[in-house]
Design a protein around this ligand. Structure first.
Ligand code: C2E
Ligand code: MG
Ligand code: MG
Length: 256
């Protein structure tokens, strides 16, 4: 069987058996330099092919009608981590990626809040990053569901801002409370990109949104992100996506 056909055939079992795991990538407060949050990223290690990229298997899961199951599993893994840190007295926020298809499910918000409740977490510790793998069909309906989540304290983040998919329009339509600037914009050191980025940060702060810069790979990018008054930074320079135990170690090292 061709490799992609094999992945297609094997993903349902990987999902139903909980073989999709999570890596967590730290997010740092730009001013204090402390870890304040992590992003939960799905990982599938295939016995034969090794690590399969989420950019490959998330669309497959959507196609196979498995995204709700996989998404709920990821929300569970995010909540597990947040609860463990909460028990140790650390309020680390956890972001989970949610595709437009998941938001289309009328039951999504209720299941999310049930998971938060079951984990005895404050909804304030949870962020959903809306990723644009498919068109949001009915923005007003989705926005209403997001209103409910936001009203109880969940952060609504628009992921990959600055790419073709995410726009000011989407931020306003979804009444987002966080904006995640895509790595392509963070990396672009041209004067035009800098002007654009400055305008985006001003717009976001005027609207009371938090700004996270993603894909920070160099000291000069970090400096620029700081100068532009982004609130949080995430990227390989500061920390790769890693197993939870590795984040535990980073938190402990910081405490010492
Ligand atoms: P994303 O949500 O924008 O996540 C950021 C991606 O950039 C991650 O790739 C991360 O590993 C990578 N990254 C982080 N820092 C850097 C950096 O400094 N340089 C570079 N070059 N890359 C960096 P990953 O883990 O391969 O995930 C790709 C995409 O797959 C995610 O993009 C997200 O859209 C989607 N995804 C991942 N996990 C899930 C999930 O559980 N559910 C859904 N619906 N989508 C997911
Ligand atoms: Mg994301
Ligand atoms: Mg992104």
């Amino acid at each position: 069987m061709e490799n992609s056909a094999r992945l297609y055939a094997e993903l349902p079992r990987a999902v139903s058996r909980g073989q999709i795991t999570a890596h967590y990538q730290p997010q740092f407060d730009v001013d204090s330099g402390e870890i304040v949050a992590v992003e939960t990223l799905a990982r599938w290690t295939h016995p034969k092919f090794g690590a399969v990229a989420p950019s490959l298997f998330i669309p497959l899961a959507e196609d196979l009608g498995l995204i709700d199951e996989l998404g709920d599993h990821m929300i569970g893994l995010g909540c597990d981590a947040a609860r463990d840190w909460q028990r140790r007295g650390r309020a680390i926020e956890v972001a989970v990626n949610v595709s437009a298809l998941q938001l289309a499910d009328p039951d999504f918000a209720r299941r999310l809040l049930r998971a938060v409740e079951q984990h005895q977490l404050s909804p304030r510790l949870l962020t959903i990053e809306v990723t644009e793998s498919a068109e949001i069909i009915d923005v007003s309906v989705v926005a209403e569901r997001l209103d409910w989540l936001r009203s109880v304290g969940v952060t609504i983040s628009v992921d990959d801002f600055g790419t073709g998919h995410s726009s000011v329009e989407q931020v306003l339509d979804l009444r987002a409370t966080e904006l995640k600037i895509d790595q392509s914009l963070v990396r672009d050191e041209s004067a035009a990109a800098r002007t654009l980025l400055a305008a985006v940060v001003t717009f976001a702060h005027d609207k009371g949104l938090r700004v996270v810069a993603e894909g920070v790979e160099t000291e000069s990018q970090l400096m620029r992100v700081r100068e532009l008054r982004c609130d949080r930074a995430q990227g390989y320079l500061l920390g790769h996506p890693v197993e939870k135990t590795e984040i535990d170690r980073m938190l402990q090292a910081h405490d010492r």
